[in-house]
Design a binder for this molecule. Sequence first.
Ligand code: FES
Length: 166
Amino acid sequence: MAAVESEVRPGVGYAGRVFRQIQEVIDETGGQAGALIRVLQQAQGLIGYLPAPVIKTISRDLKLPLSEVYGIISFYHFFSMVPKGKYVIQVCMGTSCYVKGGQRILDALRKEWGLEPEGITPDGRFSLETVRCLGCCGLSPVMAIGEDVHRKVKPSQVKDILNSYR
Ligand code: FES
């Protein structure tokens, strides 16, 4: 369940429920080895990403320096501090894909969908990331959407590819 950062603050309603659930996880795990990762995973599972107010709350309640919490979040690639779309688009910008048109795919996503790297469409359908290599360099340029890997992508195909995801 994705939410914009401004909605995820301690209080009432949806945000209040989320913070209470996170607090319960902290209470269950506090003091145990590995509590931080478990709390972060559960918080991200509830919200879809880790907004700054949630990170600060976790740091305070687990009595860990904020720098340590941010360090763990940036170390593990499965944590995200930005909202993710229903479908996550990964455009490969590794050497092979870059040379064969990775930037033109990004340009097409920006032009057709207003998507920037680390951005999300207003309807939450797509979010965009750039990656270094998706492991199929011989078929570059490559773009992944969720588990699907699209190979030898031409910028002119980008619109139709995305329209096939509902
Ligand atoms: S460089 Fe793009 S798949 Fe390897």
